[in-house]
Design a protein around this ligand. Sequence first.
Ligand SMILES: NC(=O)c1ccc[n+]([C@@H]2O[C@H](COP(=O)([O-])OP(=O)(O)OC[C@H]3O[C@@H](n4cnc5c(N)ncnc54)[C@H](O)[C@@H]3O)[C@@H](O)[C@H]2O)c1
Length: 334
Amino acid sequence: MYEQAWHKQAISDLHFLVTGGAGFIGSHLVEYLVQHQAGQVTILDNLATGYRENIADFLKAPQVRWQEGDIRRLDECRQACQGVDIVLHQAALGSVPRSVQDPLTSNEVNVSGFLHILSAAREAGVKRVVYAASSSTYGDSQSLPKVEDKIGKPLSPYAVSKYVNELYAEVFAKIYEMEIIGLRYFNVFGPRQSPKGPYAAVIPLFIEAIQQGKSPTIHGDGEQTRDFTFVANAVQANIKAALVQEPKALNQVYNVAVGKRTSLNQLWHLLNADEANLLPVHYGPARPGDVRDSLADIGKARQWLDYHPGTDIEEGLKITKAWFKFRPINAFPG
Ligand SMILES: NC(=O)c1ccc[n+]([C@@H]2O[C@H](COP(=O)([O-])OP(=O)(O)OC[C@H]3O[C@@H](n4cnc5c(N)ncnc54)[C@H](O)[C@@H]3O)[C@@H](O)[C@H]2O)c1
């Protein structure tokens, strides 16, 4: 999927650490780095929500090192950061409802774990940390499109944890003179996104419903909107953030999205465009902590990271649906 190179500089002399590398987005970063001959790639993951199957092919590459470990353990973060030039930090417990259910564990992983990675990166003299931030940081702000410096109050423990990451990143960059870039992902989707468990994201759940010929349940009236972002766009943003040289681009947070919003009702129709029958949708109660509308202004990433999302939602959905045909939902372990 990553024939196109988004970097101009050589990466064969760089050692990357991808935390959460067995997860959905992390495994795509690993795929890109392996495909483009990065010098070394270390993967740190405790397999809480990731799968070895996601990276089985890439583990065969001689420059890839696998470390099963937990970012809640500082010693394991220190071990993973040894000799690393660039950290791409993806490990976290995602999902707003999960954090509503269990805020303590979300905080331990997303906040303490993040702090461990920053500390271990600093001790090891890592050149740069790029980390997964989140559009949930916009919270109750009503303004659309979302612009990086205008956020509201968080609506969930998950949103708090991701915002705290940004605060720590800013402080570490200042007091320890580190290079840190946050990427606020907006509803990333694509192959390998897990459809399993109560906290699965909407696109794999909709694809599962189509595969099984069942009507999906939408929380709320389905008119809530999201800026759905194909995973290759998120990979592009990470690689460009990892390698950008312009000093003004550093120690910033960036929206990573497409700049187009789609309602869940529209999404269901798009996914069914090539199906003979369109099943009706069930509507359930809205979920606490969910935001109503989400749409990114991606001008800042475009300007400073040269980020240009190459795949729109329609094309991304086609690629994703085709991939799930070869790996049916019920083939996901766990
Ligand atoms: N997918 C999205 O739409 C989206 C949107 C905004 C932000 N994010 C963020 O992007 C990152 C990646 O998300 P994803 O969608 O790939 O989710 P994912 O669950 O597939 O990946 C997260 C990975 O982190 C690992 N992990 C969890 N706890 C860990 C721990 N204590 N120690 C080590 N590894 C641990 C998991 O096993 C998994 O492999 C996360 O930080 C998430 O919060 C994702």
